[in-house]
Structure formats: C-alpha cells, structure tokens
Design a protein around this ligand. Structure first.
Ligand code: ME8
Length: 517
C-alpha cells in the first residue's frame, strides 16, 4: 500500500486571466506533487477556480454577459494556462460545479443545526449607490472610498459563524503543532496579530448580491464566498455531511494546502474552525509561499505591469519559465522577475550549465565511441569526488523538498551539472583521446553520461519536458528514483541518440530590443 499525499493549491478567482504570480503557485505545487509521486506516494493533487462573489458578478455585468458565461470563459483560460505549464493536477474543481454547490448547502445547514451558525444583524456604514458596507477605517474623509458619497449606518440580516467559540482551541492547536503553519514566522503573526486579540464571529452570508450559493433554507442569502471556496478542499474528494466516501476517508486530512502569503489568515483561522464545526481533522500543513514581484513591484492588473505565464512561455519555453519561478522565489522571501534577470538565468544556468553539458557529453560519446555507452575502464580519485557530489546532491534535494525548500532543491540538482562540467575540465577527455588512453576515456564519458542521467531523473519534477528530452538523447528507460540509488544504472553497450540542443543561447540586447518593438 502506497502512502497517500494530498496537496492542493488555492483556487484562483475567475475575475480575470491569472498572472505569472498566480501561475507560480501551480508550478510550485506541481514540482512538489511530481517529486512525491517519484518517491512512491499515492498523490492526489487538486487545483481549480473560485467563481462566486460580488466582484465577479460586477465584472460580468461590465462585460455584458451573465456571471456563468463570464466564469466559464475565465475558468477555461486558467485551465489552459495550467495545462500549458505542464502541471500534473489530478482534478480541477470549479465552485460552480453542481455537486460542490449542493455540498456547500449541506455544510452550511449542518453548521446551523449544530448552533455554530446563527442569524443575527450585520451593522455597518453603508453606501447605498455602491450597495457596500464599510468600516470606519476604510472611509476616506468620512465618505465612501469608492464613490465619495455620504454613508449611513445600516443593519442587515445575516448569518454568523461562531469563530469565538473555537478561539482557545485554535491557539492551543497552533502552539502545539509547530509544523501546521509554514514558514514559521507566519505562525506568530497569526497568533499575536489576529487570534489572541480576539476572534469576532464571522458574517457568512450576504443578501446584497445574488451570484453565490443560496442558503437553501433561507434563499435570499447567499453563502459567503470564503466558506464556499475553502470547502473545495473536501467537497470533491467525497465529503458528505452524512456519508463521507472511502475516497474522502483515504485522502483527508490534506497533507499540504499550498497558498500565497496573503491568504494564510483564511486558511489558518476560518478553515480550522469550519472543519472543527464539521468534526473533521485539520490539514497537516498550510504553507503560505512568498510572492513574485515584477521589477520589484507588486503585480497588479490595474497597475498595468501584469506579466502572463503563457506569454513568457512563448518567448522562453515552458521549462525556462518553470525554472525561473521555482529557482528565483525562495522559501520565505519574495522573488523578483525582470526580463533581464530571466535572460541572464536562462543563459547561465539552462544554456551554459545544463544545455552545454548534455550537448558536449553526448557529442563526445558520439565522436569517441560511435555513440555507444562505454563501460567503465580505469578509475581515479577524481571519479570518487564526482560520485560523492552526485550522491550528496540526491540526498540534499530530497531533504530540501521534504521541508518545501523547492528553490534550494533545484539548486542541489544543478550542483550535479556544475560538478560534471568541472569534471570535464579536470579530465580533459580530448587529451585522453589524443593520447589514446581509451580505458580512462571510457570511464570519464560513462561517468558524465551517468551523472547527467541521475541529474535528469531528479530534474524531472521541476522541468519535466527537459528531462524527457535528456532521457531520449541518452536512450534510457532507467528513469525512476530506484534507478538512482546506486551510481551506475545507465546500461553500457546501448546506443545514444543524436545530441539536440536543449536551450539555445539568447542574445540579450537583441532580445530586449525586439521586445521593445
Ligand atoms: O486568493 N505571487 O485567489 P487569487 C505569488 N480565490 N502568488 C500570488 C501572487 C504573486 N504575485 N499574487 C497572488 C484567491 N498569488 C482566492 C483563494 S482558496 C480557498 C481561495 C497567489 O486568484 C495568492 O496568494 O487572488 C493565491 O494563493 C493564489 O495566487 C490565487 O489568488
């Protein structure tokens, strides 16, 4: 029996096309999911779209279409980008799925029957033309921040969830489960800034708009979008208020909710309390990843600086985009994207370190051994060091992945390629060939091919297409993690395929000039 691993991303709002920052998240989740699969886990990887709410209703109105037409179009666009980026999700959930909607209604009712949801009054400062409630601090000069008109005190009937009931339990849980919120710095922020000062009951229904899931026993209310959205993590895998399926029992609790740093609060305060209300266990871990900035600035569609993954992929290739975001966004600090940096990384890491290594090595094997993988000849001290670096890198990559340090993990894989390039400089195969030292040359070429194979197997979770191209050039089917436990898995005597360049160098100035045009 394989051990299960359930990983989810946030579900993206269908308010518009997702930018590279949103896309980073699915790529990050994909790398983790692929790595776990390669390690032998039975992985379930879920992503999807968050499709209800007032904002989307307004967007649809502006576009002159129905909300459903609007979200159908954007959800398809999101899925297309996720697919283009070669992400291996198992299921794409949409919160407008009928099954999800029906389950949310049952969940709301169950919480109500239990006494965790009660009917009350929402009081606030209301702007009638904008149909919006505001808090005192949101007002600008005492007026509506959107239209600048007067606001008035108003109350509206609404349902509330008793967050306050779970406050002490939540504090205790977070304090006794240090692994629950990652990175750990976020844990203190949640505890000290949000939970300990006191949890207010949460308004979980709205009557001011209709694009949402109706409360079935009081249909002028629609369910608050975060209650609807968070439950996506359980509805699709088979949660049911009466009879949860075996699939649900197998996969829940989730092992990892991967989300961005801005929505940790929803996942570590609201979501645990909702789950307790349903008598369910909490996810094992919530990782709030940092953000990607463009030119060191927050990405915003309205700021006009949004960059899209599909455009970048058309310029650089899918794996180059995957590499950049996975490598440039560390575990706890924001990463930055500029075209200049992207070209530099592409040239230095992908074209030089990786691409050149593979190309040079296969070409040498073609030249010196007619493309047949040689067997080991004479061994020297240098070989031991290469093999040690390969071995340590395998270990370090797994360790980094275990603690979700994906940028570090990819660096460890590249350590193999860096060390291999150095090995070429140290052993000078062309001199060995000139000297007729075939026995030594066989070993050198074999070790290089084998190091590349091991590197490619590890690289597969991050850059799947590139790895597959390398497997094909090596003509090998030794591509699973078991095959890299020992150095020497590549079979001697097999014929390699022709070398094909993996990443063509980019002329930076010319490229940027073209881009300007
Ligand atoms: O928040 N860099 O959806 P969303 C990295 N529907 N990640 C970023 C980012 C950036 N610049 N900007 C946004 C929502 N993100 C809700 C989630 S889950 C039950 C509901 C991340 O489309 C963001 O943090 O605004 C979130 O995790 C994801 O992209 C989707 O954002």
């Amino acid at each position: 029996m394989k051990e299960k691993y359930y990983i989810s991303t946030a579900i993206a709002y269908t308010s518009g096309k997702p930018h590279i920052g949103n896309t980073y998240e699915i790529i990050l989740a994909d790398a983790i999911a692929r790595f776990k699969r390669a390690q032998g886990y039975d992985v379930y990887f879920q992503t999807g779209t968050d499709e209800h709410g007032e904002k989307i209703e307004l967007k649809a109105k502006d576009a002159g279409v129905s909300p459903k037409e609007y979200v159908d179009k954007v959800a398809a666009q999101i899925k297309e980008i996720w697919d283009k980026m070669n992400t291996s999700y198992d299921y794409f959930i949409r919160t407008t799925n009928e099954e999800h909607e029906a389950k949310v209604q049952k969940i709301f009712k169950k919480m109500y029957d239990k006494g965790d949801i009660y009917k009350g009054e929402y009081k606030g400062l209301y702007c009638t033309p904008c149909e919006s409630f505001w808090t005192e601090s949101q007002l600008v000069d005492g007026k509506c921040p959107d239209c600048g008109r007067e606001v008035e005190e108003k109350s509206e009937e609404a349902y509330f969830f008793k967050l306050s009931k779970y406050q002490n339990r939540l504090v205790e849980y977070i304090e006794t489960h240090p692994e629950f919120i990652q990175p750990e710095s976020r844990k203190n922020e949640m505890l000290n800034n949000f939970i300990k000062p006191g949890l207010q009951d949460l308004c979980v229904s709205r009557t001011s708009f209709s694009w949402g899931i109706p409360v079935d026993f009081d249909p002028k209310h629609v369910v608050y979008v975060w209650l609807d959205a968070l439950t996506n993590y359980i509805t699709e895998i088979g949660y049911d208020t009466e009879n949860p399926t075996d699939n649900f029992k197998k996969y829940w609790p989730a092992d990892l909710h991967l989300i961005g740093k801005d929505i940790i609060r929803f996942h570590t305060i609201y979501w645990p309390c909702f789950l307790w209300s349903l008598d369910l266990e909490l996810p094992k871990q919530v990782f709030g990843h940092p953000w990607l900035l463009t030119n060191n600035d927050k990405i915003g569609k309205s700021r006009g600086n949004a960059v899209y993954a599909d455009d970048l992929a058309d310029l650089f290739g899918v794996d180059a985009v995957r590499f950049y975001v996975l490598h440039e966004i560390p575990f706890a600090n924001d990463g930055n994207l500029t075209y200049e940096l992207m070209i530099e990384r592409y040239n230095s890491d992908l074209a030089n370190i990786l691409g050149n290594l593979v190309n040079r090595t296969i070409s040498m094997a073609k030249k010196y051994f007619d493309g047949i993988v040689p067997s080991i000849g004479t061994e020297e001290e240098l070989d031991v060091d290469l093999k040690n670096v390969v071995k340590e890198s395998i270990y370090a990559t797994s360790n980094a992945m275990e603690s979700l340090k994906v940028a570090e993990a990819i660096d460890h894989v590249f350590e193999i390629f860096r060390r291999s390039n150095k090995y070429i400089d140290e052993t000078c195969p062309w001199t060995l060939a000139k000297e007729g030292n075939t026995e030594r040359l066989k070993t050198v070429i074999y070790n290089l091919l084998e190091s590349i194979r091991i590197g490619a197997v590890l690289l597969h979770s991050f850059l799947p297409e590139t790895s597959e191209k390398i497997y094909s050039q090596l003509n090998t089917d030794k591509i699973d993690f078991d095959s890299i436990k020992e150095f020497g898995g590549l079979e001697s005597g097999k014929e390699l395929n022709n070398p094909e360049p993996l990443f063509a160098r980019i002329d930076k100035d010319k490229f940027l000039e073209e881009l300007q045009k």
